[in-house]
Design a protein around this ligand. Structure first.
Ligand code: HAM
Length: 417
């Protein structure tokens, strides 16, 4: 017996996933988003350059592929943004800005699996490319909040925002933070000591309790912002309030990927446990340059962790899930009725009646039981008498009522029932 690969999942009941995705896609259409697909395979360098060598995703979590060619380092995508921007840069001659694109599919990260954290997980990934101005940030965040709150009726979440400012703002802040960490070097963990020289902002994300106790009093980034950046952040908050968005400012929210500047945000599920961020994103104006463009291409985006979103949608599953059509099962009683039953199965499906043939040679009783387990609403029984006289017996599985229906009237009968 084979088992699935650690950290992956088999999705055998996708009704809720399909229902949620359909609602999300309908909503995104109204916001002028187009569905795109980019490959699951990308060059490793794309992420090294785009996300940063020092990020966990690149330094520890990449699934590398043996591509049989030494010069070609390929991996399974750990996220979608770098691939979408690469695709945009390759085909920008054919794209009019602003360009709103979304994709849905698997991402791969070699992490320690636990509830809500997988090695193959799925994201709805949204990018708005070519958008300059804080009003776009406000509209983007508002769109996400409305998607969760109004379209999916998810209420147990908090929206955290922060403002990372420009590269210069962060350089000023890093020096302040460095000085603070030096004073507390004996109290922080080994990873934080290492990060304080490689990727100091990530220290603030450390989950070790003793580190958290120290960082509680650390200087905050938003205090190091230039007057222009501070004004932008104030404007963002003003716009969000005007748009009816509820948020908290988390001064330690830095996000785990290096491409962000200015606005960052995370939607955190209050009942999700340890892995509680179900959507995260922000502005990434310089990513295009990192990937070889000659100038900045301002953009904002977000990744929605689909597994985590579904966990939040479970409470409203009845309302959100895709509805299955009512099932009709066809049972030919004897061998001699199989041909009629086969033709009838094909005929009904062609007339959009969801139909399942049960032709195996078990007793009628056992097949009625199977039909019940399959959730059939109606069972069509064809015995010798029915075959000879061109009618069928339709049994309503809830009321038990049986009706004799001539074959020609069957579709009409089933649709009107
Ligand atoms: P991220 O924060 O790395 O951002 O991932 C976005 C979301 O994906 C997370 O909030 C979480 O819900 C989900 N997620 C991440 N890792 C896992 C995992 N191992 N198992 C289950 N769910 C997971 C990005 O990926 C950025 N590309 C988002 C973005 C788009 N920024 C700008 N544009």
């Amino acid at each position: 017996m084979f088992t699935r690969v650690k950290g992956t999942q088999d999705w055998l009941d996708c009704l809720l996933a399909q229902g949620v995705l359909k609602k999300v896609e309908g909503f995104l259409k109204i916001h002028n988003f187009s569905y795109i697909m980019t490959p699951l395979l990308e060059y490793v360098q794309l992420f090294e350059r785009g996300l940063g060598y020092e990020t966990d995703v690149v330094s520890k979590q990449m699934f590398l592929i043996d591509s049989k060619n030494e010069d070609e380092k390929i991996c399974l995508r750990p996220e979608a943004t770098a691939g979408v921007v690469r695709a945009f840069l390759e085909q920008q001659h054919a794209i009019t800005l602003p360009w709103n694109a979304y994709t849905f599919g698997p991402m791969f990260r070699y992490e320690r699996p636990q509830k809500g954290r997988y090695r193959q997980f799925h994201q709805v990934n949204l990018e708005s490319i070519g958008v300059v101005g804080i009003e776009y940030d406000a509209l983007f965040i508002t769109m996400l909040q409305n998607m969760f709150l109004q379209v999916l009726q998810v209420t147990d979440f908090v929206l955290k925002i922060n403002y990372l400012g420009t590269l210069q703002d962060r350089e000023v802040y890093k020096k302040t933070l460095q000085a603070f960490l030096q004073k507390h070097e004996s109290e922080i963990c080994a990873t934080c000591i290492q990060r304080s020289t490689t990727n100091i902002l990530r220290c603030l994300d450390c989950k070790v309790e003793s580190c958290q106790a120290v960082y509680k009093d650390a200087p905050v980034l938003t205090d190091s912002l230039s007057p222009e950046s501070a004004a932008q952040f104030a404007q963002l908050q003003k716009l969000l309030l005007a748009l009816g968005v509820t948020f908290v400012h988390d001064p330690f929210l830095v996000r785990g990927l290096d491409y962000y500047n200015n606005t960052v945000f995370e939607f955190v599920g209050t009942a999700l446990g340890a892995q509680n961020a179900f959507c995260g994103g922000g502005r990434y104006d310089s990513l295009a340059i990192q990937l070889g463009a000659k100038q900045e291409i301002p953009a904002i985006g977000a990744g929605i962790g689909f597994e985590r979103l579904l966990m939040l949608c479970e409470e409203k599953a009845q309302l959100l899930q895709e509805q299955k059509p009512q099932l009709t099962v066809i049972i030919p009683v004897e061998e001699s009725e199989k041909i009629v039953a086969t033709i009838l199965t094909q005929y009904l499906t062609q007339h959009e009646v969801c139909t399942q043939l049960l032709a195996q040679q078990t007793s009628l009783k056992s097949r009625l039981k199977t039909a019940d387990k399959l959730g059939a609403r109606y069972v069509i029984i064809i015995g010798s008498q029915e075959r000879e006289q061109n009618y069928v017996t339709v049994k309503h599985m809830v009321t038990g009522k049986e009706s004799q229906v001539v074959q020609a009237d069957l579709v009409q009968f089933l649709k009107n029932l």
